[in-house]
Design a protein around this ligand. Sequence first.
Ligand code: OAD
Length: 227
Amino acid sequence: MLNLVVLTGAGVSAESGIPTFRGKEGLWKNFKPEELATPEAFRKNPKLVWEWYDWRRQLISKAEPNKAHKLLAQLNAVIITQNVDGLHQRAGTKKVIELHGNIWRVRCTSCGKEYENYEVPLREIPPKCKFCNGLLRPAVVWFGESLPMDALEEAERLAKSCEVFLVVGTSGVVYPAGLLPFVAKEHGAKVVEINPESTPISEIADIVIREKASVGVEKFIQTMLNL
Ligand code: OAD
């Protein structure tokens, strides 16, 4: 079996009805990241930030893993994801490295405890900590924040040691996640990109599959089987 590692972005969940960030219908067309996805924005207006997250949690709670999530789960590869929606886990992938956190986890800004919270919609906005009644924040990574060290280190180690690095549905413009395909390539992996649009990763990819994730992953599997 090939040593395969997968990196995914918002595009893999697009066919589940979850909007991507960039592109024609991306979230950042109608919303400003600096008002919603930074520590400063949260300090200034936690209610507004939580309203946006509550809306996204509602969308995600109604979504199901799509064919791409399911096919990727069957590959038994580690999935490194920038997504916070938890759909890879719901599709059955055993090992998911979440570089940007998870929208179903919350962290207390007072006592620091982090725990799962599946309340949809939230009863109280902004929500309060069940341990100390402090202000909760989503346990996700915002712009200007560091990625979880363990997750990033493991992702880098995997990128350096795999034979095939499959990239599905990411614009590749958010770092350090966007650098991982370059790290993999530098260390001798074949890079395969699945994305209907061109990205900076396309330039270094050994194989580019210009399809939506569901069709693209199916084609990828067919190609692997024929090798
Ligand atoms: P983006 O929204 O930047 O990019 C989504 C990519 O998916 C684009 O390259 C699209 O062409 C592609 N795409 C769209 N539909 C697709 C489909 N059906 N199948 C396959 N690909 C499709 O999302 P990310 O690259 O994940 O971070 O963005 C990275 C980070 O930027 C996110 O984790 C988030 C965002 O701001 C934070 O919030 C910190």
